[in-house]
Ligand binder design. Structure first.
Ligand SMILES: NC(=O)C1=CN([C@@H]2O[C@H](COP(=O)(O)OP(=O)(O)OC[C@H]3O[C@@H](n4cnc5c(N)ncnc54)[C@H](O)[C@@H]3O)[C@@H](O)[C@H]2O)[C@@H](O)CC1
Ligand SMILES: [K+]
Length: 532
């Protein structure tokens, strides 16, 4: 697993490492520039003319070290200096002096352009653009001069490399700077990040703008050994594949878990049909679906292998509600917000409390949970909110039900807050509801209140209805098959994402949840082959 640190922690690790090794921080700048140079050569071996844009801090210093290596290797270099080099102090100044001191061949081109000159010059002769404008030190919206040069650099149809982090991305949150509603960020094809990954590099717009993410530790082999707690960990499917429940050659459907999906109120059948299909196609031995009777025929026609049972009212539902035969319950997709749905919520949650059957709550299940925050959930329940649902759950107060009746909770945080504080929000929700929280979004954050993992990434094809229902079905299915809820949440999240990527291929739009469910089935079976 890959630790993800805050910028403050990274700075402390750098300082402590330098102290421990008896080296200066300038040595780290040297290593940063040298390793970025090597990565750029590996990625774009044909690049003979390097355009390197520098800002005002240590990130600019890294860029000047890259420039020195490029010149020493015989390449042409054009520097774009937003801040004049004569005004540099400290390590960036050292890097500048060292760059000036090298001997170049007479035929080698070495130009330095200020902002105005750069904006007036045709820069298209460059083969590679290196962003050493700003790194982790950026605060607030980018100043105009940075916006201007970024616009220009982004227009160049040349490979683009960012040093440490693309200029305009905030390393703690992964959000980006904007101006007049437009993102002001360097659009990198690759980013060489130094020392350790910053939390924001697995979240939000960083996923859109950083391109391939390459970590150069600069010799800091054990970032965890400097007393800094990571904010979260990143991991991938390779690291999770062992969590897939074992499937034996001999046995029956009764050995492979019975998953129950509850939802699909009147007129709302689609979501629970998708969730139940995902549970079935990812390997549950049996899947039952409880759905409003008006939707039952639709469920049967889409997937007759699922045992659909219809309810008309809460009293019908009570007759169905023997939950003891299921190993996991997925609750909420399309359930609805009427009084029947409310009664069903209270009934199911109360019944499950008396068992050790984990419950995966999504959609309207989360809506009702926010109304009844004090109703204890079954042990090891899993909540799968998106940012809007997370707000509702965060803002919900116990008094909403007990002192003021059923009213909308008083909103105090909004989705912007959730997006900005994804790790903290997932941890807080997990603690508040004594559950595992799967906070969906660009970089899904999963927390049990203590540890937090960032999984999956972002893809434009995933912005479509039904994908969340599929995820609920997958998690429920893996729990029913024997995975611990925590493992099921991790595995399902990553499989869901990887399947969406593979199904989407080159498509950015029009990918359906049903296709992703088929993709999940294929991926689960591929994993099965790898681990058996
Ligand atoms: N400290 C270290 O030991 C190392 C740092 N390294 C590099 O140093 C970087 C961090 O350096 P710094 O902390 O100097 O920060 P940066 O180089 O990212 O930027 C700091 C400068 O940006 C300006 N600035 C801040 N917000 C701005 C805004 N909104 N618009 C325009 N200008 C703005 C500040 O006035 C300051 O001059 C890392 O990203 C990494 O590239 C590497 O050299 C490795 C070692
Ligand atoms: K940068």
């Amino acid at each position: 697993m890959q630790p993800l640190f805050s910028v403050d922690s990274i700075k402390k690790i750098e300082r402590n490492f330098a102290k421990q090794e008896g080296i200066e921080l300038y040595e780290l700048m040297q290593r940063a520039g040298a390793s970025a140079f090597e990565q750029a050569r590996r990625l774009w071996p044909q690049a003979g003319h390097w355009l390197i844009a520098t800002g005002a801090g240590n990130n600019a210093g890294d860029g000047l070290v890259v420039a020195r290596h490029a010149l020493l290797a015989g390449f042409d270099v054009t520097l774009v200096a937003i801040k004049p080099y004569r005004e540099f102090r400290g390590d960036p100044e050292k890097a500048w002096q060292e760059l000036l001191s090298i001997k170049k061949d007479s035929h080698q081109r070495f130009d330095i352009l200020g902002l105005e000159q750069a904006l007036d010059t045709d820069l298209s002769s460059a083969d590679l653009v290196v962003d050493a404008l700003l790194g982790t030190g950026v605060k607030g919206a980018l100043k105009d001069e940075y916006c201007q040069i970024l616009e220009r650099l982004n227009q160049l149809s040349r490979p683009k490399l960012a040093l440490d982090i693309p200029t305009g991305i905030y390393a703690d949150s992964g959000l980006c700077s904007t101006k007049n509603g437009k993102d002001t960020v360097f659009q990198a094809d690759a980013t060489v990040s130094f020392v350790a990954l910053k939390t924001g590099q697995r979240l939000n717009q960083a996923l859109q703008y950083q391109g391939e993410l390459i970590l150069e530790t600069l010799g800091v082999r054990h970032a965890l050994s400097f007393g800094e707690e990571p904010e979260a960990y990143g991991c991938n499917l390779q690291q999770l594949k062992e969590k897939l429940p074992t499937r034996h050659d001999v046995g029956s459907k009764f050995d492979c878990g019975h998953a129950l999906l509850i939802g699909g109120g009147a007129h709302l059948g689609g979501a629970v049909i998708l969730a139940a299909s995902a549970a079935l196609k990812s390997g549950a031995g049996m899947v039952s679906g409880w759905i409003h009777h008006s939707q039952q025929a639709a469920g049967l026609s889409v997937c007759p292998e699922i045992m659909w049972r219809g309810y008309n009212s809460h009293s019908d539902f009570q007759e169905l509600a023997d939950l003891s035969r299921y190993q996991a319950v997925g609750f909420g997709p399309g359930l609805g917000r009427d009084s029947t749905a409310e009664q069903i919520f209270l009934d199911v949650i109360t019944k499950l409390q008396a068992t050790d059957i984990p419950c995966v709550l999504d959609a309207d299940g989360l809506y009702w949970l926010a109304k009844y925050t004090s109703v204890p959930l079954p042990v090891q329940s899993v909540l799968t909110p998106h940012a809007g649902e997370a707000c509702r759950l965060l803002n919900a107060q116990e008094e909403d039900v007990f002192s003021t009746g059923r009213i909308e909770p008083q909103l105090s945080v909004d989705t912007a807050y959730v997006t900005q504080n994804r790790i903290k929000v997932a941890q807080t929700l997990a603690k508040k509801y004594s559950a595992i929280c799967v906070l969906k979004g660009a970089g899904t954050v999963i927390s049990d209140g203590e540890q937090a993992l960032v999984l999956a990434g972002a893809h434009p094809a995933m912005m479509t209805a039904g994908l969340g229902d599929a995820l609920t079905g997958l998690i429920t299915s893996f729990i029913a098959q024997g995975a611990k809820p925590w493992d099921a949440a991790l595995l399902a999240t990553e499989i869901h994402y990887e399947a969406a990527l593979s199904v989407a291929a080159n498509r950015r739009r029009g990918v359906t949840a049903s296709e992703v469910i088929e993709g999940c089935s294929i991926l689960v079976n591929q994993l099965d082959q790898v681990i058996n």
